[in-house]
Structures are given as structure tokens and as C-alpha cells.
Design a protein around this ligand. Structure first.
Ligand code: G3P
Ligand code: MG
Length: 242
């Protein structure tokens, strides 16, 4: 079971900042997830469309200039980073899950992926583009079928992972509150990986392990990696008699 640093190592450093990315790299995580918006002609790494939640500013991204966004403190004096800065820092050291949070992100993100492959030691297999907006993923696949996409859901649909198969998704990413064995089995039968967000609690990690999911998004990656290492090295419980 892989551990993806959620918004960087966001339990330790301010989420979606270069500090959180550095921390995740130090922790040797399996991959790093970040959230991406399009603001004033730039791809920036931030979760919300309103800067009030994670910075000392307030208001909608759409009402701010890039210069104004860059003056904000995203925690510990960190600036809101651009996606380019984040990819340059990661420099191909681990895979990156770029979660598209807004319209207009697709074309510039695909262009930046090409730049990162050329300049920052990445290849296509090191990128996974995900979104709750499945229209954006459809656009990604139409423009470049080689890009892996991850279809996000905060529900357990009637036809399970069928929506993700329609998108030729590499993986389906589901909220820990709605996952169950039927969903995992269905996704696997359709040939897709299952990643679950956000899994920090020890009991949840154990449950995800038993469900056979392929990866979890964690705010505390080291703790999760250690717990999984323990689970996978522990002797299997004896088979029941009948
Ligand atoms: O990509 C997994 C997870 O990050 C999705 O939810 O709201 O934390 O971006 P959110
Ligand atoms: Mg996210």
C-alpha cells in the first residue's frame, strides 16, 4: 500500500507549500499530492478558491493579481508556490499527483508536464492528474491519452467505479468515509488502482490494508509508512477452522 503525501507533508508543514514538499521528500514518500488553481494566468498550488483558509489574506483568487497572491503568507512565511516551482523542487525524485481544482487548468498543466519531462527529470509515469471535475479529466485524456488520470469521488456510486473506467482512468480516488470492499473489487476488476483520502488514523490504515487498497493519502506520511511496514511484516492471523 503506497503512501502519498497529502498536500505535501501537510501534518508537519503548511499545506501545499515548498516546505511541505521538502518535508515529504525527506520522508521518502511514494508520491506527493498537491492542489492546483489557475489565477491571473498562473498555475498556483493552493487548495481553496478563497485564500482566507490557508493564508493571511482574504478573498477569491479570481479577484487577486498574481503579485497580490505572492505577497500572502501561506504559513511560516511561505509564499503560495507556482506549480512550476513545486515540480522544479521535486525534480523527478518521486511521482506527483496534480489535483486540478479549477477550470482552465488543463492546457497549462499539460504544457508544464512537458516542460518538467524536458527540464526536471520527470517522465509520464511520474504524473497522475486527478480531479473531482471529470470533464477536466476527459479533456486531459482527449488532449494527451498518455497522461495517467485519477478520477476522484466523494461518494460510492451505484455502479461503483464505472465512471472512472469511462474516463480510461489509471486510478480511482475515494473518500475514506465511503469506501467498501465492493467498490475496491469493482475498481480492480475494471483494471484500476484504488487510492483513498485522507487516511491518518491507525484504525483506518489497518482497515485499508485489509480492504486491499493500492494507496492512501496521508498528512503524516512517516507514521503511515511505519504502520504499513509493521502490518505487512506481521505474521498473518491463523486461518479459521471453517
Ligand atoms: O486528492 C485527494 C484529496 O486531496 C482530495 O480532496 O479536498 O483534500 O483536495 P481534497
Ligand atoms: Mg487534494
Amino acid at each position: 500500500m503506497l503512501v502519498v503525501a497529502h498536500r505535501g507533508a501537510s501534518g508537519h508543514e503548511p499545506e501545499n507549500t515548498l516546505l511541505a514538499i521538502e518535508k515529504a521528500l525527506e520522508m521518502n514518500v511514494d508520491a506527493i499530492e498537491i492542489d492546483v488553481h489557475w489565477a491571473d494566468g498562473e498555475l498556483i498550488v493552493i487548495h481553496d478558491r478563497n485564500v482566507g483558509k490557508t493564508t493571511n489574506g482574504q478573498g477569491l483568487l479570481s479577484k487577486l493579481t498574481f503579485a497580490e497572491i505572492r505577497q500572502l503568507d501561506a504559513g511560516k512565511g511561505q509564499r503560495v508556490p507556482t506549480l512550476d516551482e513545486v515540480l522544479q523542487l521535486i525534480n523527478g525524485q518521486c511521482p506527483v499527483n496534480i489535483e486540478l481544482k479549477a477550470d482552465k487548468t488543463v492546457v497549462p498543466t499539460l504544457a508544464l508536464i512537458e516542460k518538467a519531462i524536458k527540464d526536471y527529470h520527470f517522465d509520464y509515469n511520474k504524473f497522475l492528474v486527478s480531479s473531482f471535475n471529470h470533464h477536466l479529466l476527459f479533456q486531459v485524456k482527449t488532449l494527451n491519452p498518455a497522461i495517467h488520470v485519477g478520477a476522484l469521488t466523494a461518494s460510492c456510486p451505484l455502479d461503483y467505479a464505472a465512471f472512472a473506467e469511462k474516463l480510461s482512468a489509471y486510478s480511482v480516488h475515494i473518500d475514506v468515509d465511503f469506501i467498501n470492499k465492493a467498490f475496491v473489487d469493482d475498481a480492480h476488476q475494471r483494471g484500476m488502482k484504488v487510492f483513498v483520502y485522507t487516511v491518518d488514523d491507525e484504525d483506518d490504515i489497518i482497515e485499508m490494508h485489509h480492504l486491499g487498497v493500492d494507496g492512501i493519502f496521508s498528512n503524516y506520511p512517516t507514521q503511515s509508512l511505519l504502520k504499513i511496514a509493521h502490518l505487512t511484516s506481521a505474521p498473518k492471523p491463523e486461518a479459521p477452522l471453517r
